[in-house]
Design a protein around this ligand. Structure first.
Ligand code: HEC
Length: 150
C-alpha cells in the first residue's frame, strides 16, 4: 500500500514537468463580440460567466488549472472551445458564419450541452437556469435574424 502511494506520488510529480501548453490569455480583443455589437447586459453577463473561459481569448485560469493532470484537460477544452467558437474574433466573421454560430449557440444552450458540466461543477454561478437558457436562445435567434435585414 505504501509503495503504491509512493509510486502514485512519483507519477504526480513527474507529470508536472510535461508542458500543458495552456492557450495564451489576451485581455484586449478589439474584434470581440461585446466590443463591436450591443449585447444586452444580462446576456453579456451570462456569456462572460458561463462561456468566455473556453470561447474567448480572455480565459482566466484558476490555480488548479496549472496542476497536471487537470492542466491537460483545461488546455484541451480551452483549445477546442476557442477553435469551435471564439467570441474574441467575432467582428471578423462573415454574416453567414455569425448566423451559423448563433444557431449553434441556441442549439447547445437549449439542449443543455453548454456550458460543459465539468465546468459548472467547478465554477459556481456558471450554471444556467431554464430561464437563462431561454433568454440566451431568444437573443441568439433575434440577433441572427437582424443580421440579414438591411
Ligand atoms: C469548459 C469549457 C467550455 C465552456 C465553459 C463552454 N464551452 Fe462550448 N465548447 C467547449 C468545447 C471543448 C467544445 C467543442 C467540443 C464539443 O462540441 O463538445 C465546445 C463547443 C461549443 C459549440 C460548437 C458546437 C459545434 O458543434 O460546433 C458551441 C456553439 C458552444 N460550445 C457554445 C457554448 C456556450 C454558448 C457556452 C456558454 C453558455 C459554452 N459553450 C461554454 C467548451 C466549453
Amino acid at each position: 500500500m505504501n509503495k503504491l502511494l509512493v509510486a502514485l506520488f512519483a507519477v504526480f510529480v513527474i507529470i508536472q514537468f510535461i508542458p500543458a501548453n495552456l492557450p495564451v490569455i489576451v485581455k484586449k480583443n478589439r474584434d470581440d463580440l461585446m466590443a463591436t455589437v450591443h449585447v444586452p447586459d444580462n446576456i453579456a453577463q451570462m456569456l462572460k460567466t458561463s462561456c468566455y473561459d473556453c470561447h474567448s481569448n480572455e480565459t482566466s485560469y484558476p490555480w488548479y488549472s496549472y496542476v497536471a493532470p487537470v492542466s491537460f484537460l483545461v488546455s484541451h477544452d480551452t483549445r477546442e472551445g476557442r477553435r469551435k467558437l471564439n467570441f474574441s474574433i467575432w467582428n471578423n466573421l462573415s454574416k453567414v458564419k455569425k448566423a451559423k454560430y448563433l444557431d449553434n449557440i441556441t442549439e447547445e444552450v437549449s439542449e443543455g450541452e453548454m456550458p460543459m458540466v465539468i465546468y459548472t461543477y467547478l465554477h459556481s454561478g456558471s450554471k444556467l437556469s431554464e430561464k437563462d437558457r431561454e433568454e440566451i436562445a431568444a437573443w441568439a435567434d433575434n440577433y441572427a435574424e437582424s443580421l440579414f435585414d438591411d
